[in-house]
Design a protein around this ligand. Structure first.
Ligand code: CO
Length: 208
């Protein structure tokens, strides 16, 4: 794709929006009050808004390699703090996707420089769930399961934060774990048992 084409597309998009609603950008500039925080993979094929069919203003989006929420990552922690504590979103979604290159890289032994500590968080997920993963002989099935377990553990990382625990108590905020299946285009809800997990997580990570 040529960079110039993007600016042409942008002009066409402005025209399209204004044809439908002359006040579109004026209204958009007034502020945002999204209901959902979406944390997904930076993969170019997994476009957050398009696959969910949502419009500008609907979803607060954070994307990084392999949809991670590392405990000491200032970027994702700031996004959670702002979206939950200031924008008051009521849903936090962690969305992984099958055939995620980040998860694939974490399953291999290559030294990838500065990517190593990032991907090590996925290796930690594999270690936590070693027994389950070792029982899967099919490599493709194991790869898919690690992607799902990684989503689950990143949801747990979301639940460890004080701002999310407070929003859970005060207004019933919900955390969702999803996977996008690139093969079919389908968005799959992993039906993360939020309430059950919360009591287990709170036993260790509870903050007042
Ligand atoms: Co990915």
């Amino acid at each position: 794709m040529k960079i110039d084409k993007i600016f042409e597309n942008n002009k066409a998009w402005i025209k399209e929006k204004l044809n439908l609603d002359g006040q579109y950008f004026e209204n958009l500039s007034k502020g945002q009050s999204p209901e959902i925080l979406y944390i997904g993979c930076a993969d170019s094929r997994v476009t957050a808004e398009e696959l969910m069919g949502v419009a500008p203003g609907d979803v607060f989006v954070h994307r990084n390699i392999a949809n991670m929420v590392p405990n000491t990552d200032l970027s994702s922690m700031s996004v959670i703090e702002y979206a939950v504590g200031h924008l008051n979103v009521n849903h936090v979604v962690v969305c992984g996707h099958y055939y995620c290159g980040g998860v694939k890289a974490a399953m291999a032994s290559s030294d990838l420089g500065v990517l190593n500590p990032w991907l090590r968080n996925i290796r930690d997920v594999a270690r936590l769930h070693k027994a389950e993963l070792d029982a899967i002989s099919d490599e493709d099935a194991k790869y898919k399961r690690l992607i799902e377990l990684n989503v689950q553990e990143q949801c747990v990382n979301v639940l460890k934060t004080a701002v999310v625990q407070r929003a859970f108590r005060d207004r019933g905020l919900t955390v969702h774990g999803w996977v996008f299946d690139i093969h079919s285009g389908q968005l799959i809800d992993l039906n993360f048992d939020f309430n059950k997990s919360m009591s287990q997580i709170m036993e260790i990570y509870h903050l007042d």
